[in-house]
Ligand binder design. Structure first.
Ligand code: NCD
Length: 356
């Protein structure tokens, strides 16, 4: 996996200027970091999905759960969440518990020495003295990359997992979304060839930005970006799709997309990022409810990274096509797989599973 490119051998300004896919090659070394969606290959996604399912199955029995708990009992993880989080924080924490890692956290920078004027870089360097992995969410796009680069220059480089950076990247959410799509389409030919619709705030939705790119790794997928003009997907993502040769449509017309979509990925309006009142373009056109259940495909999977507001009516929660609650739980398994792989201990699960 390692191709010899090391973060400690490159100056920050040169690293920053690299195209995303090239940046990704710097995260595959020892230790590996998970920072951007573009660092993944399809093979890696498939391996992670398989590993997640194995962990999930092994965990069902007490002996299996005890085996998993021993795998990383010599490690500690620091959860540094400088932005609000429920699911991402809890699922990473639960994933650590499944594998026996102890966890520590800072969930509010007001409780860390940052209030005394310490730089976030020094704060994180401090964490790395006590922990073997940093799982972090930060409002500043690119900050997790900076952290990995900084740690590579301290002689204590530990894996950094980006649990959401700015309005830019959310690679572990994209992994759980891929896992959910893979599982939803298991009996109907997998993700290849499918139509995936993204609906809502596509401009600031970091989950959409990461997942849209990951879907370029699948054959013949078509992406439909459904949003009011002020909240449409960024040109930078469309450029990446063009480069990858992935088909897409940019539209405001949800009604025309609904019947063709194999998956509908709903998102909330991200008004915390408003600069010029972009959210005022929110409209009930970007909504799904019981009135649409006859229009969408019988096999359609409805996803949402959550939290939701009004874009999905609660009255469809029990429809078998509404997979967002399952999607959330999938996050715990795929994150356990990722954490295990980051420490290079995945072979132990694969071996246990073969003998299972
Ligand atoms: C998302 C996020 O934080 O980007 N939530 C999540 O991680 N499940 C989506 C959102 O906040 O709307």
């Amino acid at each position: 996996m390692a191709d010899g490119k090391k973060l400690r051998d490159i100056a920050w300004k040169d690293f920053k200027a690299l195209p995303l896919t090239e940046k990704g090659t710097y995260f595959q070394g020892t230790p590996p970091h998970t920072l951007i969606a573009q660092q993944f290959t399809r093979k890696q996604l498939e391996e992670l999905c398989t590993l997640a399912t194995r962990i999930k199955r092994i965990n069902k029995r007490r002996a299996g759960a005890n085996f998993l708990k021993g795998l990383l009992s010599d490690k500690r993880a620091m959860l540094y969440f400088a932005q609000p989080s429920s699911r991402t924080y809890l699922s990473h924490n639960a994933a650590c518990q499944i594998l026996g890692l102890d966890t520590m956290d800072v969930r509010d920078t007001k409780t860390s020495s940052e209030v005394k004027g310490e730089s976030p870089e020094d704060t994180i360097r401090t964490f790395s003295s006590y922990a073997d992995m940093i799982i972090m969410r930060h409002p500043k796009g690119g900050f997790a990359e900076r952290v990995a680069w900084m740690l590579a220059h301290t002689g204590r480089e530990i894996p950094v997992l980006n649990a959401g950076s700015g309005s830019d990247q959310h690679p572990t959410q994209a992994l759980l979304d891929i896992y959910t799509l893979e599982r939803s389409f298991e009996d109907i030919g997998g993700v290849d060839g499918k139509h995936v619709a993204f609906v809502g705030d596509l401009l600031r939705g970091r989950t959409v930005r990461s997942l849209a790119w990951m879907l370029t790794l699948y054959k013949d997928v078509t992406l439909h970006f459904v949003a009011p003009e002020a909240l449409q997907i960024g040109q930078d993502i469309l450029d990446l799709l063009d480069e990858a040769g992935t088909k897409y449509e940019v539209t405001q017309d949800f009604a025309s997309v609904m019947p063709v979509a194999d998956a509908i990925y709903m998102t909330r309006i991200q008004d915390e990022w408003d600069e010029e009142g972009e959210s005022s373009t929110e409209s009930s056109d970007y909504h799904i409810g019981a009135e649409h259940l006859d229009i969408i495909k019988d096999t359609c999977a409805i996803l949402h990274p959550l939290p939701r507001r009004k874009e999905i009516s609660t009255d469809i929660d029990n429809d078998p096509r509404a997979v967002y609650w399952r999607q959330m739980r999938n996050g715990m398994w795929i994150r356990a797989a990722l954490i295990l792989q980051s420490f290079g201990r995945d072979d132990e699960v694969n071996k246990y599973y073969d003998d299972y």
